[in-house]
Design a protein around this ligand. Structure first.
Ligand code: ADP
Length: 452
């Protein structure tokens, strides 16, 4: 990854650099050519006057003077002098020697000079003396020594700037690739450690970009895994205890019966049965929760009268409420409140909530069940004035095997499955369950179910 990033950025740097150097070179050539053409043309404008002076001085065309004029011409210029009848008088020029020298040669350009022609009339005191047909380079100029030095200097600075940019590019791509790849490297190492079972992993989040978001998501995931792992370990310990307590009790009863210490009468058999029921309940709760979690708990949807369903649940728990002298406030709706859902699972849901309200209430506390509805939702509020739940426990109580007050929950026989199942059943009905609670004051569980 780091190598790839480095090579990619380096390739981009190289490409940009080459293209920009080519572009600069091209533009420079063009501009320099234009500049030279303009200089040549300006110089050629002086030619008629020079020729006229040369003629007037000698009264004829002197070859040596013409050669002197020729030497002052811009490089690569050729002149054919014609008399007014069109007869050639002389031909002279500044040779093409040195053409393609200097910068063009160094840059490997293979530009061939392109020539332009101009007819310049040469006027004397008596009228037109001759016409100078001038041919001069308009592109791909020959360079004189000064121009060659200038273009070579430009080319050198271009190369130096390019080299510097390349060096900076290499350093920058090395630094960027390191900077981008380092957090990913840390993430990989942390993920590998999680893979080896070390769940207490956390990577530092230094940026808000995609990598930062990934690190944040990773930390949340690691947190969650750690929590699940803790719950799983806790559960193994709890479940072992939950199984051992009734089993030990059953064994003691049976041993007592065998030894004749206790008579197998109705009362003792009922106690034995209670322990067995506890085991059966535990195993069926576990099974339901498991099925719900792997998505195999199928809803058997049918019209259910919720008022009636709550009546039945309350009726079944009445002896227990009575035993603890708990006051119950419940006003069933006057008309049947029909809801499409799974009767058995809904019974289980409200039973769990009410059973918790009973279990986590002190003697003489109060339980209030309310049912509210409109055309879209049915909402059940289950309130108790019991022991309440500490604020730090609230976010976790719907997790599997989570028990707020371990010693008390153990005494009450809970294994931390009831509320997890409540949440699963509510969600299977596309509903939502929430809790408000204060330690020492009581709790309200709210189940909101959509009607269609
Ligand atoms: P459990 O079988 O242990 O009761 P639950 O999943 O039903 O498991 O509940 C999880 C935990 O939430 C319980 O251990 C208990 O501490 C807390 N809890 C649930 N309902 C109530 C309530 N009505 N009042 C106080 N605490 C409650």
């Amino acid at each position: 990854m780091r190598r790839k990033l480095f090579l990619t950025t380096l390739a981009i740097v190289l490409l940009t650099l080459t293209l920009s150097m080519l572009a600069v070179n091209l533009v420079f050539n063009q501009q320099f050519d234009d500049y030279l053409t303009q200089t040549t043309e300006a110089k050629l404008l002086e030619l008629p006057a020079q020729l006229s002076t040369a003629y007037e001085t000698y009264g004829s065309w002197d070859q040596r003077t013409l050669e002197r004029v020729a030497r002052s011409l811009p490089m690569g210029t050729q002149v054919t002098l014609l008399d007014p009848n069109g007869q050639q008088i002389a031909e002279f020029g500044n040779s093409m020697q040195g053409m393609m020298r200097g910068m063009r040669g160094m840059l490997g350009s293979n530009i061939r000079p392109v020539f332009k022609t101009k007819n310049l009339p040469v006027l004397g005191t008596q009228g037109e003396l001759a016409t100078a047909v001038v041919s001069y380079p308009s592109r791909g100029h020959a360079l004189n020594a000064q121009e060659s030095v200038f273009t070579a200097a430009i080319f050198r600075s271009l190369l130096m700037a390019g080299g510097l940019a390349l060096l900076l590019g290499i350093l920058l791509s090395y630094w960027t690739s390191r900077r981008l790849a380092a957090p990913l490297q840390h993430l990989t190492e942390a993920a590998e450690r999680i893979g080896q079972g070390q769940f207490d992993q956390c990577v530092s989040v230094n940026t808000k970009d995609e990598v930062g978001k990934l690190a944040l998501a990773f930390n949340t995931m690691a947190d969650n895994l750690q929590k699940q792992e803790r719950l799983r370990k806790q559960f193994t310990a709890d479940i072992a205890h939950e199984l051992r307590t009734p089993l030990t009790s059953i064994r003691s009863y049976i041993e007592a019966f065998q030894d004749g210490v206790l008579p197998p009468d109705a009362e003792n058999l009922a106690s034995l049965q209670k322990e067995i029921d506890r085991l059966v309940d535990l195993s069926s709760s576990l099974r339901d929760l498991n099925l719900a979690e792997i998505g195999e708990l199928k809803l058997n949807v049918q019209p259910v009268d919720l008022g009636n369903l709550l009546n039945n649940v309350l009726h079944n728990l009445q002896p227990l409420l009575h035993e603890k002298n708990l006051a119950l406030s419940w006003h069933p709706p006057s008309v049947p409140l029909v809801f499409n859902g799974d009767e058995q699972l809904l019974t289980q849901l409200f039973f769990n909530l009410l059973y918790n309200a009973y279990r986590y209430s002190e003697a003489n506390d109060k339980i209030t069940v309310e049912l509210a509805y409109d055309s879209r939702f049915v909402t059940v509020y289950m309130t108790d004035t019991g022991i309440g739940i500490a604020e730090h426990d609230l976010p976790n109580i719907f997790e599997r095997f989570y028990r707020a007050d371990k010693s008390r929950a153990r005494k009450t026989g809970g294994a931390g499955i009831g509320l997890a199942l409540v949440r699963q059943i509510t969600e299977l009905h596309r509903g939502d369950v929430s809790v408000r609670s204060k330690l020492g004051e009581g709790s309200t569980f709210t189940v909101k179910l959509p009607r269609n």
